[in-house]
Write a protein that binds this ligand. Sequence first.
Ligand code: NDP
Length: 368
Amino acid sequence: MLLREQMFWSSGAALRISASKELNSRIDLETSFLSAHAANIAQGAKKENTERQASTIMMDKSEKIFVAGYRGLVGSALIRRLEGQGFNNLPKRDRAQLDLANESAVAKFFLNEKPAVVIFAAAKVGGIKANNDFPVEFLLDNLRIQNNVIHAAHKAGVRKFLFLGSSCIYPRDAPQPIPETALLSGPLEPTNEAYAVAKIAGIKLCQAYAREYSANFISAMPTNLYGPNDNFDLLTSHVLAALLRKAHEAKTRGVRELVVWGSGNPRREFLHVDDLASACLFLLERYDSPEVINVGYGEDISIRELAELICDVIGFDGDLAWDATKPDGMQRKLLDVSKLHELGWHPTISLRDGIAQTYDWFLKNLRS
Ligand code: NDP
């Protein structure tokens, strides 16, 4: 599965090819946006989203919900959950049908479709190497797509918007478990700074719409995720998916030793993406504050324990070897989820069950 890598390179090329084309339409759009914006302020249109309900709003099954990035790990889990619960008005657009970096196309889509609810699960994502090597693309593409979608959602009168960030928005030396109040309290981890800065800008833009226009735009920060549709490409995948694939290959090839990067000591938290989807729907119905809220499993595990668990689930009974020449990264990364727990949401999928379910999906989708 080289999808992420291909996506990265193809979007980089598209960015260059379409740069001059975009410039002209961008100037027109910016001019019309600025005049419309000035007119809105003059007419007191600031109040257009002021009817924000503070209490729980249960979503109607026919309510139009747009999941941006619906083919990704998170987006596909959201669609599974929404469809599983009977939601039947879910306009779907992949990148070929709607490039979220194209401002005028996004504006047109929102004005035509007028979704009531938006979940923003689209992003240019990648591992440390891609983040570190291509900060321009990570910053610019993410700023573009989120600015386009957030602004268009506001113009179209979307009643609820959920922006998904990431735990990497928090400072490198944040206290553990990381509380929401750690945001902007210190320097970021340099290797993914560009991505984190873009995500922080998205949070701030949602908060600005909430403050200036009383928009009900909220932001959730998920921890490390895994599950069906994860990226199993060893060059670009995250640790759990990479270990799962390596253990599977070691087992099927009859290899006796599985080499794992680092010392195995760092601790990480993992949430099944179906639990994240459940938390997102919970937040859409029960959370109306522009303050960010963490979404995590609430417990962490060492990479060594994770590798042993994965080998056990997969049935690889060889030895683990640790490649200490590879970096460990942060020693611990665990989100403080007490705010979400106090609201009444808890995860339901144990790490063992989640890994087993993901491995089933991996086996079924191996050939594709
Ligand atoms: P994926 O890469 O799996 O999915 C991202 C989706 O965004 C893809 O469907 C992709 O489309 C789409 N997309 C990107 N750029 C564009 C564009 N210009 N136009 C249209 N669609 C676009 O990412 P995840 O599902 O893992 O991540 C989703 C969100 O969740 C991100 O904000 C991420 O930060 C957050 N998150 C993820 C975590 C994780 O462990 N995975 C952890 C914490 C947060 P296409 O299919 O065409 O490439």
